[in-house]
Structures are given as structure tokens and as C-alpha cells.
Design a protein. Structure first.
Length: 432
């Protein structure tokens, strides 16, 4: 049973680290490519965000294919396609070419997230899912920690074109590890012993039976019926707002830090890694307590409130603060924002039946793409209008506070009134 934690999840994590780096490395290239290609900040913001239109187009179909048991092969194919497209990004010469390539990268990366959520539901019992999400979603802070220094060193030795070409090679190599390391469910994992397979399936089935899978009485387990349920609608709206703050933060963080005079590209890269390094610790604390209490609502809403408040304070006082204070606020905001993510997405597996988890989660994430596009674009737009990042920080902070309010309204994501599984965790539960 240990292989779920030490083989499956790490392979998923590295796969998404590669995807995340290919998705967000434009943030480090913006100061250089903007000058070379004569592209304004607002256009660069649009090019950064348009990736998520492509991302949204493929979400529902990819989730449906994963529901049908084709997730492993699907992700392998997508990995090859987005790697080749990322390499081509190093050869663009105009804003139009950049927008087209960014859209294509999003189109090919879109199937990964809903597939991974379904993998967690297929492989882990309810009392393990926040921690399982917390492990593979370490990809977000880890990718941010390593992508900054990697981008800094590549840019110091080469140029922004080299950044895209070199990082586009990564998925073309990793696809072989992916095919070796994952399976759609315990039933399809040839690397599991029969005894381990039986124990995993029994654990999942027993907990699902005790908790009755949270399927709403009288609501069919169909795509259309689930998408119109109030908890699903609230969760969809929360993901949309969350993405405004999340992607705005990710794309523009290096540029915010770059406002400090005298910093080199390498120093900006290392400073950009600090919020994400702190998020690694915060994420593990929040997922542990969420699984311990089975309360997804509190342990996603509280850090979102803190993150939003830090960004609002930063927006109101950015111009008068010292660099240390502004950096501290960014660290708090980033750590809490990233730390909330695995618990937030665990809500999807709490409120959705297994048969449509992939397709509904994909659709929810596709709607969230509107926020993923709006975040970078709005921050870029208000920066161009105000000539300051303060207004952009207010936009991000306000969206996260709004997300907190929506999450608190999802009653099904709170602590169960009659817990069906024990809330006491020990080291044996982490690997059993």
C-alpha cells in the first residue's frame, strides 16, 4: 500500500511541476521579451492569461475520458504535445504568435488537473484525500521554488528564448517515467501485489459506504444534475474567484519584486521562491488537520482570508512600505494561498459522486479559467493605468476574500455531524 504514497503521488507531482513551469515561466521572461518584441504590459498580461482559455476548452472532455479509465494514456499524449508547443514558444516573433502558442499550451495541459483529482479519488479513502492532494499539489510551491532559480540561471546564461526551449524538453523526457509510474486505479496497477490491491480497495469501499459518498438524496449521479446542485455552483464560483487571485499572484510576483532597484534576475528568482517555500510547510499542516477533522471548509476558507487580507494591506500601503514589509506581506499571501489549494480541491471529491468526478471537476476548472485569464490580465491592466502594482494587489486580495465567503457557504464541505471514520491519525495511517 505504500506505493500509493511513494510511487504514484511523486510521479504525479513531478508531472505537474513540469506543466506548471511551462505555464508560468513567461512571468520571468516578461521584462525581457516585452522590450525585444515591443509588447506592452497589458498585451503581455493577455498573452499570459489566454493560455487558460485553451486550458478550459479541454477540461470537460479530458475529465470525461479520465472517468472512462483513459487518464494515464491521455496525460502521456498531452505531455508530448505541450512539450513540443513550449519549445515552439522560443521561436515567436510577434504578439499574435505568442498568443497562439500560449493558447495551444493551455489546450494540451488542460486534461491533467481533472485526471489527477480522479486518480486521488480512485486511489485514496476519504480520510486520506486532503493529504494525498497535499502531496501531489506540492507541485505548485515546489515548481515556484525551483522555477525561479532555474529561470534566473537560464536567463543569465542565455535569453528568454532559451528559457522556453530548455524547459520544453522536460515533458518529452518525463513521459517515459509517467507511463512506468502510474495507473488509473488499483485495479489497473500491475505493480501492486494482490494483497495490497485488496487492502486498498477494501479501505476505500468501507469508508465510502460509511460516509454514503455524500450523494444528494434524489439527485441523479449524472453530469447535468450535479452541475445544477447548489454546493457545486458555489464551489464553481469559488474556484473562479480563487483563480483571479492565484494566477494574478503567480504571473506578476517576479515583476512586483523587480520593482526593488538594484536586484539582478537571479536575485529576483530566489526572492520569488520564498513564498512558495513557506507554502510547503503550510500546505502539510492544513491538509493534516483537514483530514483529522474531515472539515474541508474551515481549512480552506481561513487561509484564503489571511492571504486576501495580506494582499489588501499590501495594496493600500505598497508605496509607503519598505521592501522588507512588502516582501513579508507577499510571503504571507503566497504561503496561505498555495497552502489552501489541496484542501479547497478536496471539496470536489466530497460533494461529487465517483462516476462524474472527472467530467464535473473538469468543467468546474474550465469555468475557473475565466478567473485564470482575468487575474493576469486585470493586474496587467491596472498596472498600465495606474503605473503601480498597488491596485493589482487589491484586485487579487478582494477576489480571495470573496472566495473565502463562498467556501463558507458550502455546508457539505464542513465537519460531518456524525463522523463515520476515526479522526485520529498516526504514522501508520500515512502509509497504510
Amino acid at each position: 500500500m505504500n506505493q500509493r504514497w511513494f510511487r504514484l503521488l511523486p510521479v504525479m507531482m513531478v508531472t505537474f511541476i513540469i506543466a506548471f513551469m511551462d505555464r508560468t515561466n513567461i512571468g520571468f521572461a516578461i521584462p525581457l521579451m516585452g522590450k525585444e518584441l515591443s509588447i506592452t504590459s497589458s498585451v503581455l498580461g493577455f498573452a499570459s492569461g489566454v493560455l487558460f482559455f485553451g486550458y478550459g476548452v479541454s477540461q470537460t472532455v479530458s475529465g470525461w475520458l479520465a472517468d472512462k479509465g483513459h487518464g494515464r494514456i491521455l496525460v502521456a499524449l498531452l505531455m508530448v504535445l505541450w512539450g513540443l508547443t513550449e519549445i515552439s514558444q522560443g521561436f515567436v516573433h510577434s504578439a499574435t504568435q505568442l498568443v497562439i502558442v500560449r493558447f495551444a499550451i493551455g489546450l494540451f495541459e488542460g486534461g491533467v488537473f481533472p485526471t489527477f483529482l480522479l486518480f486521488v479519488k480512485n486511489w485514496f479513502a476519504p480520510s486520506e484525500r486532503a493529504r494525498a492532494n497535499g502531496i501531489w499539489q506540492l507541485c505548485y510551491p515546489l515548481a515556484a521554488v525551483i522555477s525561479g532559480p532555474i529561470a534566473g540561471y537560464i536567463l543569465r546564461s542565455g535569453d528568454w528564448r532559451s528559457l522556453f526551449i530548455i524547459e520544453g524538453i522536460f515533458p518529452l523526457v518525463w513521459v517515459f517515467v509517467w507511463l512506468w509510474g502510474v495507473a488509473d486505479s488499483p485495479l489497473h496497477a500491475k505493480w501492486l501485489s494482490e494483497a495490497d490491491r485488496a487492502r486498498i480497495i477494501d479501505k476505500i469501499e468501507n469508508e465510502n459506504t460509511l460516509r454514503a459518498e455524500r450523494e444528494a438524496p434524489g439527485v441523479p449521479a449524472s453530469f447535468g444534475s450535479q452541475m445544477t446542485r447548489l454546493p457545486v455552483l458555489l464551489f464553481t464560483a469559488s474556484i473562479l474567484l480563487w483563480n483571479v487571485g492565484f494566477l494574478g499572484f503567480v504571473i506578476w510576483l517576479p515583476s512586483v519584486i523587480h520593482q526593488q532597484p538594484g536586484l539582478t534576475q537571479t536575485e529576483v528568482g530566489w526572492l520569488s521562491a520564498i513564498p512558495y517555500a513557506c507554502a510547503i510547510v503550510v500546505m502539510q499542516i492544513l491538509t493534516y488537520w483537514s483530514d483529522r477533522t474531515l472539515d474541508r471548509r474551515l481549512f480552506s476558507a481561513l487561509p484564503l482570508a489571511v492571504s486576501g487580507a495580506a494582499l489588501v494591506v499590501g495594496g493600500l500601503s505598497y508605496g509607503s512600505n519598505t521592501f522588507v514589509v512588502n516582501m513579508g506581506l507577499l510571503v504571507i499571501a503566497g504561503a496561505m494561498l498555495y497552502g489552501s489549494q489541496p484542501v479547497l480541491w478536496s471539496i470536489a471529491t466530497e460533494i461529487l459522486p465517483s462516476s462524474v468526478t472527472g467530467s464535473v471537476s473538469g468543467t468546474i476548472n474550465a469555468v475557473g479559467v475565466i478567473g485564470a485569464f482575468a487575474g493576469p490580465y486585470l493586474v496587467g491592466y491596472v498596472r498600465a493605468v495606474t503605473q503601480s502594482f498597488s491596485a493589482g494587489l487589491l484586485v487579487m486580495g478582494g477576489s480571495l476574500i470573496g472566495t473565502c465567503i463562498l467556501v463558507l457557504l458550502i455546508k457539505e464541505a464542513g465537519r460531518p455531524r456524525t463522523p463515520a471514520v476515526t479522526s485520529h491519525l498516526d504514522l501508520r495511517q500515512i502509509v497504510d
